[in-house]
Design a protein around this ligand. Structure first.
Ligand SMILES: [Zn+2]
Length: 139
């Protein structure tokens, strides 16, 4: 399961509301204890998608170098990626699946009419053909 502490959670929701009606994306830094992940820091990143960002986000591999370094400096791990779905449910889309990697948790925040509505965390499989829902809690 994944638990997001109140400070990073507030930062993620604020970021998702700010970028509405576009999608936001960012990195989640924290610690892993067996199957229990704790997100301690949220790091907003630039949505690199060059088309309409209302239904799409993109992170380039090099965009993850800074969060990876920031995590190591804090003795944490880069444990996941978050992004928002403006006026859409927090499901894991085919595009999300195609751009996923199996070693991260993917938290999707549903923002309806500019306000936070609900969130889910997803764990993609190795061949990027399906994602399982991960138990998520946030403050
Ligand atoms: Zn998505």
């Amino acid at each position: 399961m994944i638990r997001i502490e109140s400070e990073p959670w507030a930062a993620m929701v604020a970021h998702a509301r700010q970028t509405y009606p576009n999608e936001c994306c960012g990195a989640m830094l924290g610690t892993v204890d067996e199957d229990n992940k704790t997100v301690r820091v949220a790091m907003p990143l630039q949505n690199a998608f060059e088309g309409a960002q209302a239904a799409r986000y993109e992170l380039r591999p090099e965009d993850l170098l800074a969060p990876d370094k920031a995590a190591r400096e804090r003795k944490m791990d880069l444990i996941g990626i978050y992004h928002s779905h403006p006026d859409c449910d927090a499901y894991f889309s085919q595009t999300d699946l195609k751009n996923s990697c199996p070693w991260y948790s993917f938290v999707v925040l549903s923002i309806q009419q500019g306000e936070f509505h609900h969130a889910n965390s997803w764990l993609p499989n190795f061949d990027q053909s399906a994602a399982a829902k991960e138990e998520l809690s946030y403050a």
